[in-house]
Design a protein around this ligand. Structure first.
Ligand code: FES
Ligand code: FES
Length: 160
């Protein structure tokens, strides 16, 4: 099996790892670094359960090879948990009852977080578009959208 050495910043920590060249970023995070907040869903770029930030942009980590992350910055929910904006998003998801089985939740939070950084006062349509790459098999879309709206209000009111 062909391998390569990568230097990657994950949640502000530098990791130097020998990885199979075919290993996905998703597998690297979960299986090599034991960062299991990132979920494995379709493994084909369709569901958003595996979403992380790569250089501050949301990506489906099942569609990125670990070797492509050499020299790059990756942030997962474990690292973003410390961010005030992520904390209010989690509070809003909790208050609105937006977590059912919870499988989609990490990806939803990453997408919402990234979108709210870009657009602090989104309307409902904009939130729907921002989350269009994230599937919820429990069909909890309405409460998820309400959660993001609540988080945006809280952030605007200075709770962040
Ligand atoms: S597991 Fe990556 S998009 Fe579904
Ligand atoms: S809460 Fe179950 S998949 Fe979304």
């Amino acid at each position: 099996m062909k391998t390569a050495t990568i230097h990657v910043s994950v949640n502000q920590q530098i990791h130097i790892s020998e990885v199979p060249v075919q290993q996905t970023l998703l597998s690297y995070l979960r299986d090599s670094l034991n960062l299991t907040a990132t979920k494995t869903g379709c493994n084909g770029g369709e569901c958003g359960a595996c979403m992380v930030l790569l250089n501050e942009e949301p990506v489906n980590s099942c569609m990125v090879l670990a070797v492509e992350c050499d020299g790059q910055q990756v942030d997962t929910l474990e690292g973003l948990n410390q961010s005030p904006l992520m904390k209010i998003l989690q509070e809003a998801f909790h208050e609105q009852g937006a977590v059912q089985c919870g499988f989609c939740t990490p990806g939803m939070l990453i997408s919402s977080y990234s979108y709210l950084l870009a657009n602090a006062t989104p309307n409902e349509e904009e939130i729907k578009n921002a989350l269009s790459g994230n599937l919820c098999r429990c069909s909890g879309y309405q409460v998820i959208i309400r959660s993001v709206q609540q988080a945006a209000r809280m952030a605007e009111e200075g709770d962040v």
